[in-house]
Structures are given as C-alpha cells and as structure tokens.
Design a protein around this ligand. Structure first.
Ligand SMILES: Cc1cc2nc3c(=O)[nH]c(=O)nc-3n(C[C@H](O)[C@H](O)[C@H](O)COP(=O)(O)OP(=O)(O)OC[C@H]3O[C@@H](n4cnc5c(N)ncnc54)[C@H](O)[C@@H]3O)c2cc1C
Length: 284
C-alpha cells in the first residue's frame, strides 16, 4: 500500500499544468480530490513520475448561475454541489445525486471534474450530466474546446480527453420551465457506487410528456443516454403501460456489465425497475 516514488508540483496556473502534461503525457497525472488517484497509486495501478496538483487553480473553481445556464468549475466538490443553495434552487437534482455519493469524507474531497474525467462506469455524475444535456469545457495547448457530455464518455475509464488536456468546466443549459428531475440508484453495498443509476429530466404538458432525457450509469462500459426510451415517451401519458414499455426499451439499449456482485441479467432488470420507480416519482 505504498506508492512508487513520484515528483510533485502544485500548479499555479492552468497554462503551467497543461505545459507539464505536454512535457510528459504518459508519465504525468493530474491530482484533484485524490479520492480515486491516491488509492490507485497505493495499489500501484498507476505509477506516474510526476503528480501535478491542480487544487489551487481558481479558474477551475466555483458555481456561476446566469440567465442562460449554470457553469461549474471542475474542482467543485461533491459536498459543495450538495450544499449550494442557488444551484439547488434551480436544479435540486444536484443535492439528490451528491447526497448519494459515498460518504462525507469522499464528498468533501472528491470533485465533479475528477469524477467525469475518471469515467468510472459506476460513477454518479455522468448519468446526471447526460440527463441535463451538459457540455464539457476542456482546456488544452491550443485553448479551449467543448463537447457534449453524451459524446465525452468513450469506454471504461476512458473519455475523449487527450493526455495533455484538462477538464475545466461543465456548462449546463437552463432547463425549460416546468422540467422536473430525479436521480435514483441502487448502491453497491461496499463502495456506494451505482450498480445501476438513472437520472431523468422530464417535462409534461397537459399530462403528456413533452421533453425527456434519460442518463444511465453503472449498467454498461460507460454512462449512456436512453434515447429510444425517451423518444417513446414523447407525446404519451405516464400510464403504467407506457412506463413499462419505456423500461423495456431502456434495458434493451445496452449490453450490461457483469461482475461478481451483479450479473448482466440482474443489471438489465435493475434498469427496468429503477426507470419505473424514477418515472413514477415524476408522475403528478
Ligand atoms: C470509498 C470511495 C467510495 C466512492 N463512492 C463513489 C460513489 O458512490 N459514487 C461516485 O460517483 N464516486 C464515488 N467515489 C469516487 C469519488 O467520487 C472520487 O472523488 C472521483 O471519482 C474522482 O474525483 P477526484 O477529485 O477525487 O479525482 P482524483 O482522484 O484526483 O483524479 C481521478 C482521475 O481523474 C484525473 N483528473 C482529475 N481531475 C481532472 C481534470 N480536471 N481534468 C482531467 N483529468 C482530471 C486524475 O488525473 C485521475 O486520473 C468513491 C471513492 C471512494 C474512495
């Protein structure tokens, strides 16, 4: 449980951090909250020559709310997202999801940027970002680029981030008035990670679904959008039959993961159960 030796730099600017990554992309790792990276170092799953601590970078901090949407710095911790009153007045989904992450120690140190960049298939924020149609802002040697969250996750622990890029911010468009949200998950009993987690943004007009976005985590190699299930719901009531059909479509949307705790069939069943529960929670 002792990491291999490494050098450590506390970055004083985003440019410095990017330069250090560019100098040795394979041998350098960014350190944010450390709640995934430090255990990986101790288990020697990672042995970088240099750790670049980005914890002082003011440009990666803070929650800004404007007329058009919400901007969240990558270093914002799960606990800050849970506690922010202005954020949760707009999107109580943040308190709901953050409160389901692990325990207070992890929530106090772990960051949303670290969670998204790490792309653990069982992490909670990816599903929430997909349901909110978030955009990820990435800093690199040639400036900033943005990408939709739905195009950000590539595979297990894999994203579109290049080795010399830093996830800088998350931009969330202001949802249409009347949109309601829910995040539910079945927790792994040991880690608290999602065995299956489902986030939904849903709007009803005269009892018919007019907008729906569904993000799923825990079930597959990476978080994904339940497009067919959401499309099916548009223009329909949240009747028992329609909810059942949406749940079936969602469980057929992916090849589920299988591990010692949960088989692929069990996860596929959990997708159905959790989507039904989530939609029932949103039914007026
Ligand atoms: C016991 C335990 C239980 C947990 N339970 C849950 C849970 O229930 N749900 C859940 O979602 N998570 C859970 N986590 C994970 C936790 O949320 C971590 O905080 C998160 O995965 C990583 O965030 P971090 O800030 O700690 O990142 P770090 O550990 O510092 O970094 C993780 C990885 O991301 C890279 N990285 C970090 N920030 C950036 C950035 N801005 N740009 C590019 N790359 C970056 C690092 O180089 C590293 O490779 C748990 C962790 C532990 C230890």
């Amino acid at each position: 449980m002792i990491p291999a030796a490494f050098d450590y730099v506390r970055a004083s600017s985003l440019t410095q951090a990017i330069d250090l990554l560019r100098n040795d992309p394979d041998g350098t790792k960014l350190l944010a909250g450390g709640h995934t990276l430090l255990p990986s170092l101790k288990l020697r799953l990672a042995s970088p020559a240099l750790l670049v601590d980005i914890g002082d970078l003011a440009e990666l901090k803070g929650i800004e709310i404007s007329e058009t949407g919400i901007r969240i710095g990558a270093l914002t911790t799960h606990a800050e997202l849970f506690a922010s009153l202005p954020l949760n007045e707009q999107l109580p989904l943040f308190r709901q999801a953050a409160g389901l992450i692990a325990d207070p120690q992890v929530r106090n140190r772990g960051t949303i940027g670290g969670s998204l960049a790490n792309a653990d298939p069982a992490a909670d924020w990816p599903a929430v970002m997909l349901a909110l149609q978030a955009e990820i802002e990435i800093a690199g040697t040639s400036g900033f680029r943005t990408i939709l969250a739905r195009d950000f996750f590539v595979d297990i622990f894999s994203t579109v981030l290049e080795a010399d890029e830093i996830l800088a911010r998350i931009n969330i468009p202001r949802p249409t008035a009347g949109t309601r949200f829910v995040y539910r998950k079945i927790r792994h009993p040991a880690s608290g990670f999602a065995v299956v987690g489902i986030a939904i943004a849903l709007r009803l007009s005269q009892n018919l679904v007019s907008e729906a976005t569904i993000g799923v985590t825990g079930a597959a190699n990476h978080a994904f959008v339940g497009e067919d299930a959401a499309d099916f719901l548009i223009g329909k009531t949240l009747s028992r039959e329609n909810i059942d059909q949406a749940a079936r479509l969602l469980s057929e949307a992916t090849e589920c993961l299988s591990d010692r705790y949960a088989s692929a069939d069990y996860r596929a069943n959990l997708i159905q159960v959790e989507l039904k529960r989530a939609l029932l929670a949103l039914t007026p």
